[in-house]
Design a protein around this ligand. Sequence first.
Ligand code: FMN
Length: 205
Amino acid sequence: MELKAAIEARTSVRVFSDEQVSLDDVKEMVRLAGLAPSVNNFQPWRYIAILNKDLLNRMAEVVTDKIENLPSSKSIAASNVKKQVTWFSTFFKDAPVVLVLITKPYETVLESAVELTHDQINLLRNHPDIQSAGASIQNILLAAVDMGYGACWLSGAMFAREEIEEMLKIKAPEKVLAFVVIGKPRSEHKPKIKPNLAESMEIIA
Ligand SMILES: Cc1cc2nc3c(=O)[nH]c(=O)nc-3n(C[C@H](O)[C@H](O)[C@H](O)COP(=O)(O)O)c2cc1C
């Protein structure tokens, strides 16, 4: 598939068939994720592929608890919103494969030259660690389309980031940043219609 066609065909897929995802295909997607640009070429990432249903269910349970316990009014409207957010944050439990993206602090020469901490520099540079990680995820989403899969970027599970890190034995300074959920789509998905961004682009000549 041509790159432009993959970009145009990509859409978030959240409901999957029972068809297995080949581990070789997942490895290929993650290999491509590793070719993304990153701050100082530090590649501040690694991935864990979770196929274990019991673990996914336990992770979804802690996410559900976290969302349920977020401070809110007792209204039916608030409860409905929470239910909706819970679904969009836990549908990963029914997916054949969940990739967990783990980031680590990158090294910057500036740290040795100025009196700022790594976190202060990272904030001033607008979180290039997170920007880098996003580029790697996009590679996975496009590779998934190219290889006949559907996928969805998922940050909602991060409501229970600390609990998930504990389950996966992730220790600081590493952090879980996001999930990418992968499988064969259960039904046909049409990409959403989006405005042509070029039309609203400001051009400063
Ligand atoms: C940073 C990021 C976080 C996202 N988190 C979630 C999520 O937690 N749950 C979910 O269902 N979709 C999530 N999405 C998918 C978006 O909802 C989706 O990309 C958006 O609605 C546009 O639809 P499309 O991907 O089909 O073009 C996330 C996307 C991004 C880029």
